[in-house]
Design a protein around this ligand. Sequence first.
Ligand SMILES: N[C@@H](CCC(=O)N[C@@H](CS)C(=O)NCC(=O)O)C(=O)O
Length: 84
Amino acid sequence: MIDLYYWTTPNGHKITIFLEETDLPYKIKPVNIGRGDQFAPEFLAISPNNRIPAIVDHEPADGKGPLDVFESGAKRDRAALRRA
Ligand SMILES: N[C@@H](CCC(=O)N[C@@H](CS)C(=O)NCC(=O)O)C(=O)O
């Protein structure tokens, strides 16, 4: 399962579109960037540049445990590897 830290912006949509198109299971974790949720310490631990979207992949292909990814291009590539 993938946790997607998301808000309703074009960069956020990039990842929901990709996850839907590739049929990967995910759970949305809203991060209200208008309210400042992106600066919460728990979120910064996942996305140090305080930006959505970010994902935590709980079942990475290498089997090494949860993996955080916080650049949308990198997330797309990561998810694509899961489908390979
Ligand atoms: N290059 C990043 C850009 C992400 C980005 O700019 N996210 C914006 C929303 S679209 C954000 O989280 N802004 C919050 C902030 O700057 O505090 C990506 O593609 O993931």
